[in-house]
Design a protein around this ligand. Structure first.
Ligand code: HH2
Length: 289
């Protein structure tokens, strides 16, 4: 793999260019309790094998997490999170670009020291007061996701008078926090936080109006993979049954401007995303570009 700064630059360039197909971020939860892959990759060896398989399947980034953030989940001590993710990050960084999915600056810093190039924070850098300063100091790629409250209580905060306006304003505030702390703007990615402090209908509406967030001027990461809003639409309780529903949501997200898709099923969603992107960028012959 190329040097970390070259990889970082290549990801920035690819994500910023809407003419290029979107990037795929493979989900790797080294947890016993994640809503879909919990327990499958809880030991280091299985997790590393899964990360390499996702790289082989075309993942541009592998997002390693050591704490489930599904609704009502309880926080995990930072030391446990570090123990879970660090050996996996160390084993993967020379083979595939690695993102660390954490709300905790200490965990993020340990992963960056180990060679991760991106910090993916579902709290939008709000859960840990040390996170913005870390981003300013180390200047990794960083994803600010929209959420309210904590995973434990977020569903009580799913009340909006103006969903698009409020999510936009709150994400802009996250963006300003990171930039004020010294993160270069080119390193910042935004994420609507599908499934976080939103009802299933709010998730659908947000996906359908992603263009409002695209207007914030930063590449959008979107995570719909096997989430419960898909189950609500289809009447499917079991995340195992939500692959085709995920494909529908991924295709739509790409058409609405998502630049990074966070998914469990990399090979399948890579094809879905590429075809959706080819359709969404096709122009009739003879028309002005
Ligand atoms: N969703 C989850 C976790 N991290 N990060 C970003 N940027 N966007 C997302 O939509 C997102 C995320 C939740 O999904 P998952 O990791 O599959 O499950 P769990 O939280 O149960 O580990």
């Amino acid at each position: 793999m190329s040097a970390p700064q070259d990889t970082t630059r290549a990801i920035i360039e690819a994500a910023a260019d809407p003419a290029r197909p979107p990037l795929l971020m493979g989900i790797l939860n080294v947890t016993p309790d994640s809503f879909y892959d919990g327990g499958r990759y809880a030991d280091t060896e299985a997790a590393v094998a899964r990360g390499l398989a996702m790289a082989e399947a075309g993942a541009d980034i592998v997002d390693v997490g050591g704490e489930s953030t599904r609704p009502c989940s309880k926080p995990v001590p930072e030391s446990v999170e570090v123990e879970r993710v660090l050996p996996v990050v160390l084993a993967l960084v020379h083979r595939v670009p690695v993102s660390i999915d954490t709300r905790h600056a200490r965990v993020a810093e340990a992963a960056l020291d180990a060679g991760a190039i991106m910090v993916n924070d579902v709290s939008g850098f709000a859960a840990d007061p040390n996170m913005p300063a870390l981003l300013g100091r180390r200047k990794p790629l960083a994803v600010a996701m929209h959420m309210r409250g904590t995973p434990e209580d977020m569903m009580a905060h799913a009340r909006y008078e103006d969903l698009l306006g409020e999510v936009t304003r709150e994400l802009r505030a996250r963006m300003e926090t990171a930039l004020t702390a010294g993160l270069p703007e080119a390193h910042l990615f935004l994420d609507p936080g599908i499934g976080f402090a939103k009802t299933w209908r709010q998730n659908l509406a947000l996906l359908n109006h992603l263009d409002v967030l695209v207007a914030l001027g930063r590449p959008l990461v979107v995570g719909v993979s096997r989430k419960s809003f898909i189950g609500q639409v289809l009447g499917l309780q079991n995340p195992n049954d939500r692959l085709f529903g995920t494909a529908g949501a991924v295709a739509l997200a790409v058409a609405r401007g998502a630049r990074v898709l966070r998914v469990h099923d990399v090979a399948e969603m890579r094809d879905v995303a590429r075809v959706a992107h080819a359709v969404a960028t096709a122009r009739p012959e003879g028309a002005a570009p």
